[in-house]
Design a binder for this molecule. Structure first.
Ligand code: 5AD
Ligand code: SF4
Length: 485
């Protein structure tokens, strides 16, 4: 039995008189035990088990952090609610683009309303947006009804912060500029029983000039391969068959370890774990994608034939200003090498339109890359100015109207090529991991191919979590209809 399970089982027997231990994760289990007592008192006052709701904004990293928060809340004895009318609400925020921030402020107004009706309600905010001091100042001055504010480096401390809030009565703010350590062996809840994200590294060292992530998630820190493997083995014992390895830049994994290790070698090690049938990973920075990785992917039975390879722009001049450290030609050459070695690979990407100084000619270079790389799909973004980044102070910011015009042109090309690429599997048999019974038609189940495309086919709930060979009969744009082969 893992250390995690031992500690979880002891929660009710824990001696709280002695005060909190210093070392982690024991300290957090102490606070979970303490919060459990508070939760029992609250249950008596409310007349029902206290409920929680975690709302995630942003990327897979945040989704993974939310699972950790959920795991802690469940340990404490809270039960999930359907919406924000809950006794404990967490917003796990994103700040990669400005509109994400605006949405959070907008929704806080609604929460304030709920809190007036339910004085027991507690509101916690965490995630990337909280790492910006101007946000925290604004919360302190205008959103006094918020109970707990914490950041990206101390997600594991939720129970301790909840206990602090209980004892202090006022807003608790705990933001760290950098992480002091990686805390392992905390409770965890993955949304699906059969697939889970696994962090392999935190933070980013690249400082792309438009991006706020290195400022809010700190320097890159890799987890030890032993910790990663132990977590995946545990997930496998719990019935997980697909894992998604998560890092801001998985290709630079392991460079900061005491005994450095490449991402490709980590993959080789993970491939051996019994029970795991599919391995995904995200995100790959083109500048660090190695020959070794291509070779490992090619030889692997478990690694999905999918690479998310953000290009950001097709113009070498813009790429330089973005500090991406590759040229248009180098990127296209990389794509060609990957396709040569792994012909059935699906490529996806991220593209930013309207970076400061981008001309129409630069933009046409981006269209050119899209046409040549032939992505299965692409996330397209309007450039958003993030205070504190290098690009925010650059001249020649592109006017909103012009950005939108380019965005629409790009979207059309991306979608046309995406549809063409997606349909290339028509008539073939592909392994589909079944996720759920179709919400619209319960004679169908819905699952995903290795390249992440959705497939609907006749079946029932017994197939959930299983890999099923499916003949793809018809492509409907970005999903398939099929039949069990
Ligand atoms: N404006 C627009 N898009 C951005 N991204 C990151 N920062 C910005 C920004 N300031 C996009 C990038 C990245 C994705 C996660 O978000 O394309 O790959
Ligand atoms: Fe941001 Fe660049 Fe790091 Fe990605 S690699 S998180 S875009 S700084």
């Amino acid at each position: 039995m893992s250390r995690n399970m031992d500690t979880e089982l002891d929660l009710d027997k824990m001696d709280l008189e002695q005060g909190p231990p210093q070392e982690e994760p024991r300290r957090q289990y102490y606070f979970m035990a303490k919060c459990r007592q508070y939760a029992k008192q609250l249950e008596e006052e409310l007349g029902h088990r206290p409920t929680f709701f975690v709302q995630t904004f942003g990327c897979q990293m945040n989704a993974r952090d939310s699972e950790k928060l959920t795991g802690i809340l469940e340990q404490i004895g809270y039960v999930p609610a359907q919406d924000e009318q809950a006794d404990f609400v967490v917003y796990n925020t994103c700040t990669v683009r400005e509109n994400a921030n605006q949405r959070v402020y907008g929704r806080l107004g609604k929460l304030h309303h709920y809190k007036k009706d339910n004085p027991h309600m507690r509101i916690a905010l965490c995630g990337c947006m909280m790492q910006e001091s101007h946000v925290v100042e604004k919360l302190k001055s205008s959103y006094g009804f918020v109970d707990i504010v914490f950041g990206t480096h101390n997600v594991y401390k939720l129970a301790e912060l909840m206990a602090d809030r209980q004892e202090s009565g006022g807003m608790i703010v705990d933001i760290w500029p950098e992480a002091d350590k990686i805390v392992e062996e905390l409770p965890n809840r993955h949304k699906y029983a059969f697939k889970s994200g696994v962090n392999i590294s935190f933070g980013c060292n690249n400082f792309c000039s438009y991006c706020i992530v290195p400022y809010v998630r700190g320097r890159e820190r890799s987890r030890s391969p032993e910790d990663i493997v132990r977590e995946i083995e545990k997930l496998s014992r719990e019935g997980v068959v697909e894992i998604m390895l998560l890092g801001q830049n998985v290709n630079s994994y392991g460079k900061d370890l005491k005994s450095p290790m490449s991402f490709a070698r980590l993959l080789t090690r993970i491939e051996k774990i019994e029970g795991i049938q599919r391995i995904r990973f995200m995100t790959s920075h083109p500048k660090d994608l190695s020959e070794e990785l291509i070779a490992v992917m090619k030889a692997s039975r478990k690694i999905c034939r999918h690479l998310h390879l953000p290009v950001q722009s097709g113009s070498t001049r813009v790429l330089k200003a973005m500090n991406r450290k590759y040229t248009k030609e180098q990127y296209l050459e990389l794509v060609e090498r990957i396709r040569r070695e792994i012909p059935d690979i699906s490529l996806t990407t991220d593209i930013i339109v309207g970076f400061p100084g981008e001309t129409w000619e630069d933009f046409e270079e981006t269209l050119d890359v899209v046409r040549r790389a032939r992505y299965d799909s692409a996330f397209t973004f309007l450039y958003s100015k993030r205070t504190g980044t290098l690009a925010a102070s650059m001249e020649n910011q592109v006017p909103e109207e012009e950005m939108k015009r380019r965005f629409d042109v790009l979207l059309e090309v991306v979608q046309r090529i995406g549809r063409e690429m997606s349909s290339r599997f028509t008539g073939t048999v592909q392994e589909v991991l079944v996720e759920e019974v179709n919400a619209q038609d319960e004679t169908l189940v819905t699952g995903r191919m290795g390249n992440n495309l959705l497939v609907h086919f006749p079946g029932d709930a017994t197939l959930i979590g299983k890999l099923v060979p499916v003949r793809l009969e018809e492509c409907k744009g970005f999903y398939y209809m099929g039949k069990k082969a």
